[in-house]
Structure formats: C-alpha cells, structure tokens
Design a protein around this ligand. Sequence first.
Ligand SMILES: Nc1ncnc2c1ncn2[C@@H]1O[C@H](COP(=O)(O)OP(=O)(O)OP(=O)(O)O)[C@@H](O)[C@H]1O
Ligand SMILES: Nc1nc2c(ncn2[C@@H]2O[C@H](COP(=O)(O)O)[C@@H](O)[C@H]2O)c(=O)[nH]1
Length: 223
Amino acid sequence: MSGPRPVVLSGPSGAGKSTLLKRLMKEYEGVFGFSVSHTTRNPRLGEENGKGLNCLPMLLGATLLPVADVLSSETSKDYHFVTREKMQDGIDKGEFIENAEFSGNMYGTSKSSIEDVQAQNLICILDVDIQGVKNIKKTDLNPIYISIQPPSMELLEKRLRDRQTETEDSLQKRLEAARIDMELSKEPGVFDMVIINDDLEEAYEKLKSVLIEEIEKVQDAKN
Ligand SMILES: Nc1ncnc2c1ncn2[C@@H]1O[C@H](COP(=O)(O)OP(=O)(O)OP(=O)(O)O)[C@@H](O)[C@H]1O
Ligand SMILES: Nc1nc2c(ncn2[C@@H]2O[C@H](COP(=O)(O)O)[C@@H](O)[C@H]2O)c(=O)[nH]1
C-alpha cells in the first residue's frame, strides 16, 4: 500500500471522533479521504449508504465520498450499510483488512476503501473501534494511531444521550464497550497520541499538531 501515512482514529462511541474529523476535513479540504466502512447496523437519520454497493450489488467495492457528503451533518457517518450475509461473504473472500463485532453489529474496513483513498494520494482516515486498532496492528498499513477519549464516563453518557441516536439497550452496550476501550487505551505503546476531548478547541488543536507533518507533505506534493 502506498501514499501518505494513514491515520487511525479510535476511542469510545460518543467521544467526539466524527466531530473532530469533520472539522479537520473541512479545514484541510483535498488533504484527507475517509475510508468508508461497512456495517450491519441501521442507518441513522441523515446517513447515506456508500454508493458502491447500490450501484454494483455483486461487489463489496468501497466509494470515496465527496467531502461535502462526509460533512453533511456534524455527527452522521456514512457507511456501506449491508446485511450480515453480505458482510460475512466479503470477509470470507478476504475483502476486509479488519472487521469486528461492536454493540451487536458487524463493522469492517474493506481493502478497497483504503485503496480508493490512497490512489488519490490523500491521507486515509480510518475510524475504528479498539478491536480494529488491534487487528490493523497485525497488517502492514503503518498508520498513525490516535485515541480520542472523553473526560469521564458521566460526560460520555451525557453526550451519547444528547446525541439521540441510541436506544437504551444500544446505549448501555456502547457504555460497556467504552469502559473496556478506556482501560485498553491506557496500555503503553498502543496509541501514538491519546487526546482527551474535554474542550473541543483544545482537542482539535492537539489533533492538528500530531498530523501537521503529514498534512504539509500532502500540501507540498500538490504545489
Ligand atoms: N468537546 C465536546 N464537548 C461537548 N460535546 C461534544 C464535544 N465533542 C463532541 N461532542 C458531542 O458529543 C456527541 C458525540 O460526538 P461524536 O458523534 O463526534 O462521537 P463519535 O466518537 O464519533 O461517536 P461514534 O463512534 O458513535 O460515531 C455529539 O453530539 C457531539 O456534538
Ligand atoms: N473495527 C471497526 N470499527 C468501526 C468501523 N467503523 C466504525 N467503527 C467503530 O464502531 C463504533 C460505532 O460506530 P457508530 O457509527 O455505530 O456509532 C465506533 O467506535 C467506530 O469507531 C470499522 O470499519 N471497523
């Protein structure tokens, strides 16, 4: 795999990954490309299906979404929304670099979702859970690993409730996964940087500071 170094963004559901990511992609348009994952969960209001599967139902091809689509709402995330059967079929055929079960649904990064971004010499951003981090570490992707953490479990729960995207059941599952994530992210050497997203401005500045070298490489290559 070639191109600028990819970035893996991880951390508990509700920690603020999408919020920070959308800001970054807006400020640095034409520098980043989002790796559109596959999932078996239902789309939330405002979320769009990645176009690859609708157009070519026989393929598990990924699509690089235009920045405007990715930015369509502050916290919505676009996926290839698929059935378990379709996703398992793609996994069995070796089409995924990693996949995981999270909160009762399957999630995964297809190889083509990364290749689509890298083919355009953009910094490929992957938003994955902690299992994804562990599995990507077994590959030769060599990304920068960043964990976005909430200031506390109480604030995380408040943010998830205020977001109004979860049922009580899925909220509890996400909080349970968050406890595990918060423990594992403390292990030395797992992440290049752990950012506590308390004040959004401060967290965003920290995120930029860890990525600025890679951003400038892409900008220089364009000039
Ligand atoms: N620093 C912050 N202070 C207060 N609220 C925040 C902050 N950062 C994000 N939020 C809010 O918290 C909620 C969760 O953020 P977001 O959806 O970006 O999390 P996420 O990590 O991408 O979650 P998921 O993994 O489930 O997609 C959103 O409603 C967002 O507006
Ligand atoms: N291992 C993977 N985890 C992924 C992937 N895409 C998203 N995620 C993670 O799932 C949870 C929940 O996401 P949500 O959109 O349902 O709120 C969150 O932690 C994401 O980081 C993936 O391809 N692989």
